[in-house]
Design a protein around this ligand. Structure first.
Ligand code: BEZ
Ligand code: FE
Length: 272
């Protein structure tokens, strides 16, 4: 095997003016060549790979991003999340934003109900703190989740505008509270090349039931995370690898529904 071919290609970036571009492309070529050698890639497989990536690109439009879905299902998105998070054991771990976050949701009052769908009533509440224990007042908390049919409001014309989405501000004690329903597991979109890849590899498309949180507070690193239901059958086999043990929660039965008490801990910007 001619290793000097790899060297010739990496050396071709020798005059690249931008050091970061040079480093990234050099490593990419090294790993691509090593990958092709490791699997003894045939011309036919190379062509099928190109066709797969072409189909992935053709599936993308202003709303659908099949390349991000590919990154998610290959675990790349969560690796990136790990590389780029500020490691602090006291802070709440992050998870994937996903494609269903939406801007423009109006703010609701402390304790409001965000559910206009029937489901198992759940009261979510907790406190947002910094890693030193200080309460974070005025933090913006955004939440979004699927309806019991497994669809987000933006995917389902039958759901009322803004259903199961909320925006709240923490009070002087750093507390937030809202009513909703218990989330349901749902499949990621399977009508494109990523779906074909899942079928070809014997994988299921399901994400375990979860509720997304985005928390933004002045002076703190923004947090994008999600809480996953411990009793969900897919909690150990998430199609996009977003589950972290610290984000798995119990829905505690209460008053004919459930209660989730969950605090979040943010990293102050000075510590970064
Ligand atoms: C989500 O949780 O909304 C999601 C994340 C990654 C891919 C598809 C959906
Ligand atoms: Fe989701």
């Amino acid at each position: 095997m001619n290793e000097s071919l790899t060297q010739s290609v990496t050396e071709s970036f020798g005059d690249c003016a931008d050091a970061r571009t040079k480093d990234v492309l050099t490593a990419l070529v090294r790993h691509l060549h090593a990958f092709a050698r490791e699997v003894n890639l045939t011309h036919d497989e190379w062509r099928r790979g190109i066709e797969f990536l072409t189909a992935t690109g053709k599936k993308c439009d202003g709303i659908r991003q099949e390349f991000i879905l590919l990154s998610d299902t290959l675990g790349l998105s969560i690796v990136l999340d790990d590389i780029n998070r500020h490691h602090d054991d006291a802070a709440t771990e992050s998870s994937l934003l996903g494609p269903f976050w939406r801007d423009g949701v109006r703010e609701s009052a402390f304790g409001a109900n965000i559910a206009q769908s029937d489901g198992e009533p759940t009261f979510f509440h907790g406190v947002v703190r910094g890693v030193n224990g200080e309460a974070v007042e005025g933090a913006l908390i955004e939440v979004w989740q699927t309806a019991p049919n497994g669809m987000y409001e933006g995917q389902d014309p039958e759901q009322p505008e803004g259903n199961l989405r909320g925006r709240f501000r923490t009070n002087a004690r750093g507390a937030y509270a809202f009513h909703s329903i218990k989330p349901t597991s749902y499949p990621i979109p399977t009508d494109g090349p990523v779906g074909q890849m899942l079928v070809a590899t014997g994988r299921h498309p399901m994400r375990p039931a979860h509720i997304h949180f985005r928390i933004d507070a002045s002076g703190y690193d923004p947090l994008t995370t999600a809480l996953y239901s411990a009793d969900d059958p897919y909690v150990k086999s998430d199609a996009v690898f977003g589950v972290k043990p610290s984000l798995v929660i119990d829905y505690v039965p209460k008053d004919g529904g459930f209660e989730v008490a969950r605090d979040f801990t943010l990293i102050a910007k000075e510590r970064m």
